[in-house]
Design a protein around this ligand. Structure first.
Ligand SMILES: Nc1ncnc2c1ncn2[C@@H]1O[C@H](COP(=O)(O)OP(=O)(O)O)[C@@H](O)[C@H]1O
Ligand SMILES: [Mg+2]
Length: 281
């Protein structure tokens, strides 16, 4: 499978079918770090050997990110082309506007293909927009009363909604990381919450906090999760029943940085992969 995303040796999923992911958990539990491990995987898709973190790079996922804390995620700017990483409101609007435009260009391209075609059936590389510290980002956009603030707020909300509504067919994923990902507390549009194919909650938390992530209809085992360990809800797999506990691979920071360099250095180009198809017409 071209888009096989491996969370742990025993847990993998189709990254294209479960295109939107939500990642919750208290600070320091491995949300950003875990997501960076997934970025290294995504950027070098397809991964053929589950014992090797990096794949062959023929279908490299194009990575875009918003990180207002200007921390680990934002440092990906070292490997990404200009215009991929945002650390403030103006930059975020620029990055997300570009992402949305590319998504629409790809959608127009796919519409000219045979009925029912998608980026997945055409074997196109995915694009991914990752927003770290979603609640803080959203709060920043909700502050301010000047005309410019209101304009940015309006643009932000409409861009995110547009992407969340249309992103499956073109394969333009949305990854949202937040200490809390409930709709009520985080300003998360309910359609994003409902559309997420993968929900992760990192680290130990009290039951009410897990409930905010997973809802009330799912069983949550009583375990003690450490940094880098999480519960997963995967659409179709865990719709009823239990969330799945798993551990991300443990990787030293220097090693992860090297993986990210290898994965992203020569594979990132806004235009080059936009209309690239590896199968079908
Ligand atoms: N899978 C992992 N392998 C090795 N170290 C990890 C892993 N996950 C987390 N860590 C360590 O824990 C620290 C905190 O993780 P981080 O992802 O920044 O937490 P969060 O984003 O949830 O606040 C990281 O800087 C890293 O040192
Ligand atoms: Mg973090």
């Amino acid at each position: 499978m071209s888009y096989l995303l491996t969370l742990s040796k025993s847990l993998s999923l189709d990254g294209y079918k479960k295109i939107n992911f939500l990642c919750a958990g208290a600070r320091g539990n491995g949300k950003s770090y875990g997501t960076l491990i997934l970025v290294a995987e995504l950027g070098s898709f397809p991964r053929l050997d589950k014992n090797q973190l990096l794949g062959t790079g023929q279908l490299p996922t194009q990575i875009y990110c918003v990180d207002f804390k200007n921390s680990d995620m934002a440092r990906l700017a070292e490997f990404l082309p200009a215009g991929r990483v945002a650390t403030n409101k103006e930059e975020a609007i620029d990055v997300v506007t570009r992402y949305d435009q590319l998504m629409h260009q790809r959608l127009d391209f796919i519409k000219k293909k045979s009925f029912g075609a998608t980026a997945g059936t055409l074997g196109m590389p995915m694009y991914y927009l990752i927003i770290d510290e979603w609640s803080a980002t959203n709060a920043a956009f909700n502050q301010g009363i000047t005309r410019i603030d209101k304009d940015l707020r309006y643009k932000w909300n409409s861009l995110i909604t547009d992407i969340a509504m249309l992103n499956r067919v073109p394969g333009f994923g949305l990854g949202i990381i937040s200490q809390q990902i409930s709709v009520i507390n985080s300003g998360l549009n309910s359609s994003i919450q409902e559309e997420a194919g993968l929900k992760l909650h990192f680290g130990s938390a009290n039951m009410s906090s897990y409930r905010l992530t997973f809802g009330n209809d799912i069983q949550i085992p009583e375990m003690n999760l450490e940094t880098g360990e999480a519960y997963a809800w995967i659409e179709g797999l865990t719709s009823s029943g239990y969330v799945i506990p798993f551990a991300m691979p443990e990787i030293e920071p220097n090693k992860l940085w090297n993986y990210l360099r290898q994965s992203l250095s020569c594979t990132q180009d806004d235009e080059k992969y936009l209309f690239f198809t590896s199968k079908g017409q």
